[in-house]
Design a protein around this ligand. Structure first.
Ligand code: ZN
Length: 460
């Protein structure tokens, strides 16, 4: 999706060579004619023809910097980056300085994803053209290249600082704003990302990647109708985009999902989102304390004893949110337990029916006795020890979040929050912390508030 916003430079044909006296006027005229012809071929999209033509001309005029430059442009448009860079290098060898070739070489490196190689080209350009009208933009582009290299090394915080410097130099640069928005998203600062996209869309209201990413930000933060608004803007501006079908499907899916949403992400709790026709799922009083059994994870790929510790931390957090109304006890075997937890290294083991993006699954068995709540009979949790996407072992922090989330389901929170700072938010997110939010606690408490606080203090 990410396109480089730097369009490459066309050349102003020049007569410098004649003035310097090492070419005849005829030679220069022939060069200029060939360059013009190649440009018009490229202009009408005949890139292969232009390359064929330029190679022919270069056979006759091998020392023509302009023609090497034009050949580089044709390769760049065909996204043949290595060839393009070689051509620009040759052009600069034959005529130095050659600012346009120098900058296009930098852009070709960036388009090729080789940000570090772009940096010396930008430096050379700035050294040779310190007073150019685009010097500030180029300086900002140089910083963006730095920031992208930092992001590749997962140094997102450093990248954010680099981009903030770039923004001071070039406050309305599209590529700076776009990169800044992305790094803020990466850091979990969805609101900050939205601000950067807003700024960018003020500069260029048709920036299609920004429109799409804006929708994604609102989706991440649970504001589905706002996400739909941005997707519609994208669809209106890009009716022939290759992914337009996908965008229309998204609009439909999010609209449906949004009409199911019963809770305001800013309300003090999200009881509406986790109850069915006003009734909560909950453990009946006669099943308390809940009998818990947790597997030791023997032989499970990726399992670490720390995961079990994280599980109990998570369980204790929910007990605490119940303010003494909930309690559990450990039992020695799975058969004796009402709440079980097991570990798996196989993503297919944790594919629940509805949402298949979670790192775990909680199967809840319930009994409806037509009272004002639905009784939980048992809960069986299964947790994935490796990251679903990267296949790497889960960090202790991610594991704690997963345990908190699945245990939330097991305590009766049968649904998801629409606020991305809640542990019960509906997708794995880097915006929530491995602790219960105020709203998570308030929601759990709402379910059990009428229970008598149990005699003894809760575990730990
Ligand atoms: Zn869930």
């Amino acid at each position: 999706m990410l396109l480089c916003a730097c369009s490459f430079l066309a050349l102003e044909l020049q007569t410098q060579a004649v003035a310097q006296g090492y070419k005849t006027q005829e030679e220069v005229n022939a060069e200029n004619r060939a360059a013009k012809k190649a440009e018009s071929m490229m202009h009408s999209g005949k890139l292969e023809d232009a390359i064929f033509f330029l190679n022919g001309e270069l056979a006759a005029m091998p020392r023509s910097a302009i023609l090497h430059f034009e050949l580089g442009n044709a390769h760049l448009r065909l996204r043949e980056f290595t060839r393009a860079i070689e051509c620009y290098q040759q052009a600069v060898r034959l005529r130095n300085p050659f600012p346009e070739a120098c900058l296009n070489a930098a852009y070709a490196c960036i388009d090729a994803g080789m940000e570090l190689q772009a940096i010396p080209w930008f430096h050379k350009y700035l050294r040779e053209n310190p007073n150019a009208s685009n010097a500030k933009d180029v300086e900002a582009q140089l910083l963006v290249a730095h920031a992208k290299a930092q992001m590749k090394e997962k140094r997102n915080f450093d990248a954010k600082q680099t981009l903030e410097r770039a923004l001071q130099i070039s406050p309305s640069s599209e590529i700076v704003l776009f990169a800044l928005a992305r790094v803020r998203s990466e850091l979990g600062d969805t609101q900050g990302a939205i601000h950067a996209y807003e700024e960018l869309l003020r500069v260029n209201p048709r920036h299609s990647s920004a429109l799409l990413n804006m929708a994604e930000c609102y989706q991440t933060s649970g504001q589905l109708m706002k996400a739909v608004t941005w997707l519609k803007k994208y669809a209106a501006g890009n009716p022939n985009a290759p992914e337009i079908g996908q965008v229309h499907n998204m609009i439909q899916a999010l609209t449906e999902k949004s009409s199911e949403q019963k809770s305001d992400p800013q309300a003090p709790d999200y009881c509406g989102a986790i109850s069915e026709a006003g009734r909560f799922y909950r453990w009946p009083p006669n099943r308390l304390p809940i009998k818990v059994w947790v597997s030791m994870g023997e032989g499970v790929p990726g399992y670490k004893p720390e995961f079990r510790v994280g599980f109990f931390d998570a369980l204790n957090s929910w007990m605490k949110a119940g303010q003494g109304r909930l309690q559990y006890m450990l039992v020695n075997s799975k058969e004796q337990a009402d709440l079980t937890a097991e570990w798996t290294g196989d993503p297919y083991d944790v594919k629940p029916t509805g949402h298949n993006v979670e790192q775990g699954v909680c199967h809840l068995a319930s009994v409806d006795r037509h009272k004002d709540f639905i009784e939980i009979d048992r809960a069986d949790i299964r947790i994935l020890t490796i990251d679903r996407q990267s296949q790497q072992p889960l960090s202790d922090e991610e594991m704690k979040k997963t345990c908190l989330h699945e245990l939330g389901h097991s305590m009766g929170l049968q649904g998801h929050s629409t606020n991305n700072h809640d542990i019960m938010f509906f997708s794995m997110s880097n915006t929530n912390w491995p602790v219960l939010s105020r709203r998570d606690k308030a929601t759990l408490f709402m379910i059990y508030q009428n229970y008598q606080p149990l005699m003894s203090a809760q575990h730990e």
